[in-house]
Design a protein around this ligand. Structure first.
Ligand code: IPM
Ligand code: MG
Length: 371
């Protein structure tokens, strides 16, 4: 089959990790006889440098025409350290999410056995953790009215949610729970916030449509603690935009490296796939960034296109790279491989598969070690 993929490499390590994701997709295309037509688009600091706009119109048009979008990272220290900058790279991503209506952000968090020792959390606490975080992505405080008083002394960020905004993602989270361990935890701050009370009421009203799913509620401060105290209690977590941003970074500690967390942002008509790590400017161009989150994002993209076996093939290749220790320095600083070589290995594994060559492991380990 033929698919149009919009590619937004973005800033920092974005281009290098996206290149590895494309290698994996190309290998899949080869093995399963698909065609992926990539079209590059600008967003973020690189777009500001070239056009003055963090999200040029052509990028939005291209994304709307595509079957799926793969995105790297956004951000640049020259903006982070300048709070008065009027134009910022992040505005590009936020506007793209809004313009494409990408309201549902799925962030899976898994404790890979091979990485358990990498986590600062105890093995018995995290082993077996498997959580799907559903973060609302186009509402809440991120998109509320923002104001700064004329004298610059008072700032305001408004937060609002409608029943419709809550319901559309809640349905997806309930459905996901039905296909998993049938538990949904709504994370909110209903003891303080009006919007959170609306979330609770709306989600509670929907629960009768999903009688097989157990619905629980947790205040976000408690949830932040429970996530590292006993993450295995969670199956699907549903939460609003800002809380989801924060707890998903926190949850990445369970996986041993934020370099492994992929995400899918889904709307009615468009879908974007991105690693949740940022632009990691210190690593830019050094060939040391972990490409696995991007590669796993490519797997989520395939899943979205209905290519389940193909997605599974990528997931298996990532699993293999972890088993063999063909990983970047964030995972093992004593024995690490460059970003590009991890990407080569994954693509190679997708193409040749273990069973097709008994010596696979030796040959490939050999190749990679020589390089
Ligand atoms: C994320 C990021 C973004 C967010 C930034 C880059 C605007 O942190 O995708 O989690 O806050 O949503
Ligand atoms: Mg974030």
């Amino acid at each position: 089959m033929k698919f149009n993929i919009a590619v937004i490499s973005g800033d920092g390590i974005g281009p290098e990790v996206i290149e590895q994701a494309k290698k994996a997709l190309n290998a899949v295309a080869d093995v399963y006889d698909h065609t992926f037509l990539y079209k590059e688009a600008l967003m973020g600091a690189c777009a500001i440098d070239k056009t003055g706009n963090p999200l040029p119109d052509e990028t939005v048009i291209l994304c709307k025409q595509s079957d799926a979008i793969i995105f790297g990272a956004i951000g640049d220290p020259k903006y982070d350290n300048n709070p008065s900058a009027k134009v910022r790279p992040e505005q590009g991503l936020l506007r793209l999410r809004k313009e494409l209506g990408l309201f549902s952000n799925l962030r899976p968090v898994k404790a890979y056995d091979e990485l358990i020792k990498n986590s600062p959390l105890k093995e018995e606490v995290i082993k077996g953790t498997d959580i799907a975080i559903y973060r609302e992505l186009t509402g809440g405080i991120y998109f509320g009215i923002k104001e700064l008083s004329d004298d610059g002394n008072i700032a305001f960020d408004g937060c609002s949610y409608s029943v419709e905004e809550i319901e559309r993602i809640a349905h997806l989270a309930f459905k996901a729970a039905q296909n998993r361990r049938k538990k949904l935890t709504l994370v909110d701050k209903a003891n303080v916030l009006e919007t959170s009370r609306l979330w609770r009421k709306t989600v509670t009203n929907l629960a009768s449509q999903y009688p097989d799913v157990k619905l629980e509620f947790l205040f976000v401060d408690n949830a932040a603690m429970q996530l590292i105290l006993n993450p295995k209690q969670f199956d699907v977590i549903l939460t609003e935009n800002l809380f989801g941003d924060i707890i998903s970074d926190e949850a990445s500690v369970i996986g041993g490296s934020i370099g492994l967390l992929a995400s899918a942002s889904i709307g009615k008509e468009n879908a974007l796939f991105e690693p949740i790590h940022g632009s990691f400017p210190q690593a830019k161009g050094k060939d040391i960034a972990n490409p696995l989150a991007s590669i796993l994002s490519a797997a989520m993209l395939l899943e979205h296109l209905g290519l389940h076996e193909e997605a599974e093939t990528i997931n298996r290749a990532v699993q293999k790279s972890l088993e063999l220790g063909i990983t970047t320095e964030d995972i093992n600083s004593e024995r690490s491989f460059p970003t590009s070589k991890v990407g080569d290995f994954i693509a190679d594994y997708i193409q040749h598969q273990e069973d097709s060559n008994l010596n696979f492991q030796n040959i490939h380990m050999g190749q990679i070690t020589i390089i």
